[in-house]
Design a protein around this ligand. Structure first.
Ligand code: MG
Length: 230
């Protein structure tokens, strides 16, 4: 197994400042200082994704919606690499609503003057190069519903971490959940049961997944929920 309290399962990869999370998990297989990667993922959530991906990636491809600059792709991708798996990461790289100028999570360093828009693709590529994951994590540049419509391969793990509007969250859920293989894992980020903690759409699709009777909950870590397709 993977990330546990006792030891790191991987040999031959060097750890750089990952340390232990509060739960005592260590992700010592990341070949990059994760603190240098822009992103919005708690270390505990990254460790959980890494741990589950190590099992899932043996069964089939993993796919995430919402690459941003590659933080979660490093956690999942390192697990895939360790077991000979693969991660596809889908993003239009123009940022979500909350990343746009004037909004809460705008980062001027990812603004592309020539395009007059956000462009996080160069940052993703830089992250993957530095993490040694260019052969394992395959970026797909495009809108999630467009890619979903043409997707065919059954997925062993799906991580939904895209747009937070109801329109986008629903499109990700409707477009991608059907591509999960039986026993496949559905991970959803930014699930906040209490509206005071954050927006509702990711919680809404989490709730719908459970209400469908097609998924059971496997684990909850911070705002990350991991479900298994029955
Ligand atoms: Mg997120």
């Amino acid at each position: 197994m993977s990330v546990d309290r006792e030891k790191c399962p991987h040999d031959g990869t060097q750890a750089h400042g990952q340390g232990e999370t509060a739960r005592g998990w260590r992700v010592t297989a990341l070949n990059i200082d994760i603190a240098t990667v822009r992103g919005f993922l708690h270390a505990e959530e990254g460790a959980a994704l890494h741990r589950h991906a190590q099992v899932a990636a043996r069964r089939g491809p993993c796919l995430e919606i919402g690459s941003w600059c590659g933080k979660s792709a490093v956690y999942i991708g390192a697990a895939c690499k360790a077991v000979g798996g693969i991660l596809f990461t889908v993003d239009h790289h123009r940022g979500s609503e909350e990343n746009q100028p004037g909004w809460e999570y705008f980062d001027e360093t990812v603004w592309d003057e020539a395009a007059g828009a956000i462009d996080t693709l160069p940052f993703l590529r830089d992250t993957l190069r530095r993490a040694g994951l260019e052969e394992t994590v395959i970026p797909i540049v495009g809108r999630s519903p467009v890619v979903a419509k043409h997707w065919a391969a059954p997925l062993a793990l799906l991580f939904i971490d895209g747009g937070h509007t109801m329109e986008h969250a629903l499109a990700d859920w409707r477009g991608w959940a059907r591509h999960l293989m039986p026993g496949g894992l559905l991970a959803i980020h930014d699930v906040f049961p209490d509206p005071a903690d954050g927006g509702r759409p990711p919680f809404e699709i989490y709730r719908r997944a459970l209400a469908s009777d097609l998924f059971e909950e496997v684990e909850a870590v911070e705002s990350l929920r991991i479900l298994r397709r029955l």
